[in-house]
Write a protein that binds this ligand. Structure first.
Ligand code: FAD
Length: 514
């Protein structure tokens, strides 16, 4: 009798789940038959319809909280076998801008449900690495590796991003000039393809899948584990900001610094454009807390904007007596405005986690969960002065309502077999318009988006040879233009690894094939 009761309860449970399931009937029936370690939920889908951009909200029909790689494989395999139009998006913390991690009426996989970080400190000639699950945040990966005195070599400015999310794009910051983007620092992946196959891949095993996935916008497979190269973690950094009024001197210095050998140069090189004024987006934002800027040092000849070079030099505790001298010698030849240079020491983790501190401040001010019409571009070195003259000095001279980043990257540190695309020059600049629309809606989201469009129009009309980073397009013609000569390969790989176009529908590259 007990057995009968158990079977009845189970059947009622299954029937209820199937009944609540808003997916097509055939999918509900086959999904209900799966024995999952985790949980497939048809309620509380609101979080999966939200992202940092806060401009698009596509509600999925279901959210999978996987407790094993097998769960992910089983769900993808089931959807692959179906003739419905259901799609699946792997989702990290959803720091996309335009709904890239959303799946309208489909299934979102909450990758954070599957945890796991294992540090291998290196032995027998094998260099150190960390194995991290795709949904792990970089901050947690970093904290785990620091316990072993190690750190990933190339991180993003903000660390509350997921491993799978940044590896699907590139993952750049001021360390990328030396080590390349995060996708250049992965030696092995475990993935689930669009057919539901679990595969381990590397440059030596299933290499085409490996390179397709890196920078692949989630189009080919779901990253369930990444093996990431580590290096000894410095204890501290000397953190420097220096102000420039001349763009050519600013970029010349950035390029000279990035060409210098490791150990003989800085370890982090970024830069930003600031309005030449004393408002909050102006030069008052350059000194570190507790330091002051002497405005009389800014020459009358300076234009509407100024440029801030941001650098760090890593050091270990035993180098504390020599670091000042070393940094002064490195700064000495630079052409920043005399005396407008600010320095401070910070523990390595505090420096790397600095954006999180801004996040906490902005959250308190109610300025974090607002719309973010961000746009990031890669601009080739040969066009950056022309871009500065029109965009920074003219069109965006009043600022972008948020940070405006500009720093150089080295194409030699990117592997052209990967899916990520860059401009066709050895050096190109990341230009990040990291804007937010304030709750008062002045400036409005629409006006900020229109500004982005104008910047693109300028680039197209003047042959700037740009690429969008974290690209956002809505037609296949635009995607074909974005990938250029790599488009055919991108399509071939899609056909091979996700032939029914099930994965990452929010990128709007392909439509689901039934
Ligand atoms: P999501 O937004 O959740 O997903 C992004 C895309 O990847 C989606 O298409 C999704 O389907 C896919 N995806 C997610 N997980 C997986 C997986 N496991 N396998 C396969 N596909 C997957 N970028 C930089 O390069 N450098 C920076 O310094 C930087 N700073 C940032 C700071 C802030 C405050 C924010 C909001 C973003 C920043 N970014 C930066 C952008 C960031 O790299 C992207 O938002 C990226 O998408 C990672 O975010 P996420 O982990 O939340 O991914």
């Amino acid at each position: 009798a007990l057995m009968l009761l158990f079977v009845k309860t189970l059947m009622v449970g299954l029937a209820r789940d199937t009944y609540n399931c808003p997916l097509p009937k055939q999918d509900c029936t086959s999904l209900a038959a799966l024995k999952l370690d985790g949980n497939l939920s048809f309620s509380s889908t609101a979080d999966a319809a939200r992202d940092f951009g806060n401009m698009r909200h596509d509600y999925p029909a279901a959210v999978l909280y996987p407790a094993s790689v097998g769960d992910i494989s089983a769900v993808v395999r089931t959807v692959y076998a179906s003739s419905s139009n259901v799609t699946i998006a792997a989702k990290g913390p959803g720091h996309s801008i335009h709904g890239q991690a959303q799946a309208l009426h489909g299934i979102v996989i909450e990758m954070s449900a599957l945890r796991g970080i294992e540090v291998f400190p290196g032995a027998f000639g094998v260099p150190p690495y960390v194995d991290a699950r795709g949904g792990e945040l970089w901050i947690d990966v970093l904290r785990a590796t620091l316990k072993a005195g190690l750190a990933p070599r190339s991180l993003t400015d903000y660390l509350y991003l997921s491993v799978g999310g940044t590896l699907s794009n590139a993952g750049v910051s001021g360390q990328a000039f030396r080590y390349g983007p995060q996708i250049s620092n992965v030696i092995e992946l475990e993935v689930v393809t669009g057919k539901g196959d679990i595969s381990t891949c590397s440059p030596f095993q299933n290499a085409d899948l490996f390179f397709a996935v890196l920078g692949g916008l989630g189009q080919f497979a779901i990253i369930t584990r990444a093996r990431i190269i580590l290096e000894p973690a410095p204890h501290k950094v000397q953190w420097i900001r220096a102000l420039y009024s001349d763009f050519k001197i600013f970029t010349r210095d950035q390029e000279v610094l990035m060409s210098q050998a490791k150990g003989k140069s800085f370890d982090y090189i970024e830069g930003s454009v600031i309005v030449n004024s004393k408002d909050r987006h102006g030069w008052k934002s350059v000194p570190f807390q507790g330091q002051n800027i002497n405005a009389t040092l800014i020459p009358d000849s300076a234009g509407p904007v100024l440029y801030c070079l941001e650098l760090t030099k890593n050091y270990f505790d035993h180098e504390v007596d020599t670091i000042d001298k070393e940094v002064d010698a490195l700064l000495e030849p630079l052409g920043h405005l005399p005396s407008v240079v600010f320095k401070k020491d910070a523990p390595y983790l505090d420096f790397l986690d600095r954006v999180h501190m801004s996040e906490e401040r902005l959250r308190k001010l109610g300025l974090w969960d607002v719309p973010h019409p961000w746009m990031n571009l890669f601009i080739p070195k040969s066009k950056i002065v022309e871009f500065d003259a029109w965009a920074f000095k003219h069109y965006l001279r009043d600022g972008v309502n948020g940070p405006l980043l500009v720093y150089p990257l080295d194409r030699m540190k990117w592997d052209s077999r990967m899916s990520a695309v860059t401009p066709n020059e050895d050096i190109f600049y990341l230009v990040g318009l990291l804007r937010y629309a304030s709750p008062s809606l002045v400036p409005s989201v629409e006006s900020l988006k229109n500004q982005n469009k104008e910047v693109i129009n300028f680039c197209q009309a003047n042959g700037i040879g740009y690429k969008q980073y974290l690209p956002h397009y809505s037609t296949q013609e635009e995607w074909a233009r974005h990938f250029g000569v790599h488009w055919t390969k991108f399509v071939e790989r899609k056909f091979m690894f996700d032939p029914k176009a099930i994965l990452s529908p929010g990128q709007r590259v392909f439509s689901r094939i039934k």
